[in-house]
Ligand binder design. Structure first.
Ligand SMILES: [Zn+2]
Length: 123
């Protein structure tokens, strides 16, 4: 089994509805994202997935979030834009990419809200 990780990042603002404390106020983060891919079968070049293609697919998903006020996005009208909800939504969007097949799968998305606070989402 092989596991690949690519990292990327985006910047966005949010606040947490119903939270008692500072996070209820508008503020921003530099969100750092890791996508973990697992598979057993390498292609004829000896790659699981080309890092360049994988990073481009991840960046397509993050582009929709970059320099946005997350609470205003359609996907966060009914849910708070917490790191947990972000991780799940990024996972589902990226997992739908055609670069994944039965043998090579998106395994997890990690969302770092700060360098010391990270959520990992699996399915
Ligand atoms: Zn925050």
């Amino acid at each position: 089994m092989y596991e690949l990780t690519v990292r990327s990042a985006f910047e966005a603002a949010h606040f947490i509805r119903g939270y008692e404390g500072k996070c209820s106020r508008l503020h921003g983060h530099n969100w750092n994202i890791e996508a973990l891919i697992r598979g057993e079968e390498l292609d004829s070049l000896g790659m699981l997935v080309d890092f360049k293609i994988l990073k481009a697919e991840l960046n397509k998903v993050l582009e929709e979030l970059d320099h946005r006020f997350l609470n205003e996005l359609e996907i966060f009208v009914e849910e708070n834009p917490t790191a947990e909800n972000l991780a799940r939504k990024i996972f589902r969007r990226l997992a739908a990419s055609e670069i994944f097949n039965g043998a090579t799968k998106l395994y997890a998305i990690k969302v770092f809200e700060t360098p010391n606070s990270c959520v990992t989402y699996y399915e």
